[in-house]
Design a binder for this molecule. Structure first.
Ligand code: GNR
Ligand code: NI
Length: 171
């Protein structure tokens, strides 16, 4: 097990599209285990491989309060989503300290493969729906501020810049 460094926006890995996983081997299982350890240590409720510099379509999610609902999604896809949008204040381990309201479909059905390559599906609402979309976005090189209007996105980038400036002064 190992903790992996989490890349910060706008690292190129965060704006790149990840490639489908084709081999379900020990290397993949090790990456998933390391990603889970890294997510729990952060702490966060999700982590995409792009965030640790690996351009493969793998995502880890656990929105439970007691680390009891770990989901490993390989090659995940949104099969369908509701028309109803919901507004949720999102954060991201790769845009540390920034929180912004984002509107997304409030329900999704996701299909993915597990670490053995077997397909499974789940339907989600609430935080699990938000997180599933947030993580699958990462695999396509999209971060949550990309969903904001041009004006709000620019303001968010300025906030991030100031957060980092203040962080540097402290250390
Ligand atoms: O830990 C995380 N919390 C979170 C809160 C609201 C919406 C999305 C998220 S995902 C984030 C972890 C992360 O950056 N995953 O990519
Ligand atoms: Ni994120």
């Amino acid at each position: 097990m190992a903790l992996l460094p989490i890349l910060q926006y706008p690292d190129p890995a965060l704006t790149s599209k990840a490639e489908p996983v084709t081999e379900f081997n020990d290397e993949l299982r090790q990456l998933a285990a390391d990603m889970a350890e890294t997510m729990y240590a952060a702490p966060g409720v999700g982590l995409a491989a792009n965030q640790v510099g690996v351009l493969k379509r793998i995502v880890i999610i656990d929105v439970s309060e007691d680390q009891s609902d770990l989901r490993v999604l390989v090659n995940p896809e949104i099969l369908s989503h509701t028309d109803q949008l919901m507004d949720f204040e999102e954060g991201c381990l790769s845009l540390k300290g920034l929180y912004e309201h984002v509107k997304r479909p409030d329900g999704v059905t996701v299909r993915a493969q597990d670490l053995n390559g077997n397909f499974f599906e789940y339907s989600a609402t609430g935080i699990l729906a938000v997180c599933s979309q947030h993580e699958i976005d990462h695999l396509d090189g999209t971060v949550f501020i990309d969903h904001l209007s041009r004006f709000k996105k620019e303001r968010a980038r300025q906030k991030l810049c100031k957060l980092r400036h203040n962080d540097k002064k402290k250390h």
